[in-house]
Design a protein around this ligand. Sequence first.
Ligand code: SF4
Length: 158
Amino acid sequence: MLAVFQASELASCGGTILGIEEELRGKLLPGCPDLLARLDLTVDTGTEIRITDLKTARARWSPADLESASGQLLLYHELIKPLASGKTISLEFAVLTKTKVPTLERHPVPVDPNRLARTKKTAERIWQAIQAGNFYPVPSPMNCSTCPFREPCRDWKG
Ligand code: SF4
């Protein structure tokens, strides 16, 4: 996997690195707590600020994987916008597979205002549900296998 990463164009970032694992915090949603983001890689290419989020995955990402993950980067976009001095901000996921023959694929994420509005509204509603104590198990093959609350979750009686 490391060899594949080193051989990829991502290994030479193509600009000035502004941050690695850089934390940004800011208020994006009225009535909600600050949003805390950790940006894996932020690069100034000279013409734009590029935010790359690195993922490892069991398989190559499908368009549906990309679609369901894109909200994260759209929120990062909003957090970094005030710091970008008017430069264009581009977003991408770089997905390195843990397959026998690993692959590294870069997936650009377009800044779609409708999708951003939907993501913000979703976060707002989730915060309202948290405040109302509206908790219940939401099993998913992706999250449950690594969840530290599996036992109490199994014993949960409502
Ligand atoms: S095991 Fe964890 S991730 Fe799965 S439903 Fe329960 S709390 Fe959610």
